[in-house]
Design a protein around this ligand. Structure first.
Ligand code: ZN
Length: 439
């Protein structure tokens, strides 16, 4: 294992500079060497699901995949394949790259798309995950000795444990407060933050909003008393990180100071973006499915389709890091199809982030937070339907202005239904922005 020690000078700009600035050619050579090792393990361990899958694609020997270019011969696997494997060979399925005695942690996926699948980690798997996460948080300024506040749920959701142990791995003091459950819990957490004055907060979505509001209710000035700025309120903050899921690589990348995409960990994963209809790779800036092949971990994946929609930024980054950058746009399951030219015309797909970036341009909607829904009908309509919380006195002018901007920004018509502040549901953790309604 290379550089397992988290100790390094705080003034160093990157967590693993040697790897993070590796030139394209040696990086590719490293990926191919590591890919070959994983493929050998598929046949030697063996990993039955992957082995059957490779053999069905005509790959009967690891040497049949000569390099990264040959990867495309292997059809992607999805969550449903893992779920089927777990049902056929309970409880863990037949896709694990290591033996149960070597596992030290279990987690399960959120199950938002069906029965949750089980995730297992060996010590080595955890260390790879922590290294990837450490690179990400180092870019954001986290350094050993700092105090770090977060509100991830723990328990069966492994993301909380990963975040806690990941920052501890870096040598930081972790304050795991959990989500803003009850009013009493929120006040307790705020008082603790007041005492400890964290150096960095990482609170997602409504957790940040709720804790911030609680501090204000307690007559505190969050910035002065808690060193707590309400971050993440701009929808583009979504682009600061990209994940390949806890089952693959929880922190696949994070944005550098350029804030023009998240640098991937390409020595730890082969990352592809494909058109899910054709299976072909898409180009610079084009939206497609995130497909990863995990290198280095004992429990790995080969061409695993996360069913997430992402875009690659293929431009070299002025910061000096060489690994490519990516934008996370949303889930395939949240895509809302719009047929601007009628039922026979071209279909465009809209995601919550598209609506959020549009609505954020209107201060009367953006403060205190943008609350909105995309309404999805059984058949794509000619316009994107948005339900948006707005001021009570908003006139038709606002709706018309949003529609105008939508044409320019998204290239589609929108129909906006303004609703009263507080009318739409709030979420403590991940927001559900797409609602299916009969049409
Ligand atoms: Zn950069």
């Amino acid at each position: 294992m290379s550089s397992p020690s988290p100790q390094r000078p705080a003034e160093q700009a990157l967590y693993e500079p040697g790897i993070q600035t590796l030139a394209a050619e040696p990086l590719r050579a490293l990926q191919e060497e590591r890919l070959a090792r994983q493929l050998r393990r598929v046949f030697a361990e063996p990993v039955p699901l992957f082995r059957r899958h490779l053999e069905a694609a005509g790959i009967r020997d690891p040497r049949d995949v000569a390099g990264l270019a040959d990867l495309a011969r292997i059809p992607p696997l999805k969550k449903s394949d893992l779920r089927a494997s777990e049902a056929a060979v309970p409880p863990f399925g037949d896709y694990r790259g290591s033996l149960p005695a070597s596992w030290v942690r279990i987690g399960q996926t959120t199950g938002s798309s069906g029965r949750p699948t089980l995730i297992v980690w060996t010590r080595r798997d955890l260390e790879i995950d922590y290294r990837a996460a450490a690179r990400a948080r180092w870019r954001w300024g986290l350094r050993p000795g700092m105090v770090f506040a977060q509100a991830h749920p723990h328990g069966l959701y492994a993301g909380g444990w990963h975040m806690s142990h990941g920052v501890e791995f870096m040598g930081c003091l972790d304050i795991p407060s959990g989500p803003p459950a009850t009013a009493e819990h929120r006040r307790k957490v705020v008082r603790l933050w007041q005492r400890l004055a964290p150096d960095m907060y990482r609170l997602f979505g409504n957790a940040g909003v709720k804790y911030y509001e609680t501090a204000v209710e307690m007559n505190l000035d969050p910035a002065r008393d808690l060193r707590f700025e309400q971050a993440g309120s701009h929808p583009a903050s979504q682009f600061e990180a990209v994940s390949a899921g806890l089952e693959a690589l929880g922190m696949l990348g994070s944005a550098c100071a350029e804030k023009n995409g998240a640098h991937l960990c390409e020595d730890l994963a082969v990352v592809e973006v494909i058109d899910r209809r054709t299976g072909h790779a898409v180009g610079h800036g084009e939206r497609g499915n995130l497909v990863v092949t995990i290198l280095e971990k004992d429990n790995f994946h080969i061409r695993y389709d996360l069913e997430d929609l992402v875009r690659l930024n293929l431009d070299p980054c002025p910061c000096g890091e060489t690994h490519r950058r990516m934008f996370y746009d949303g889930r395939v399951s949240d895509a809302v199809a719009v047929a601007p030219d009628g039922p026979d015309g071209r279909i465009v797909e809209m995601l919550p982030i598209d609506a959020a970036l549009l609505l954020h341009e209107f201060p009367e909607l953006a403060v205190p937070s943008i609350e909105y829904q995309l309404v999805r009908r059984p058949q794509p309509g000619r316009a994107l339907e948005l339900r948006v919380e707005g001021p009570d006195d908003a006139a038709g002018d606002l709706v018309a202005a949003i529609a105008r901007r939508a044409r320019e920004r998204l290239g589609v018509a929108v129909e906006v239904e303004l609703v009263a502040r507080g009318a739409l549901p709030r979420f403590d953790f991940k927001a559900a922005r797409v609602v299916d309604e009969a049409g």
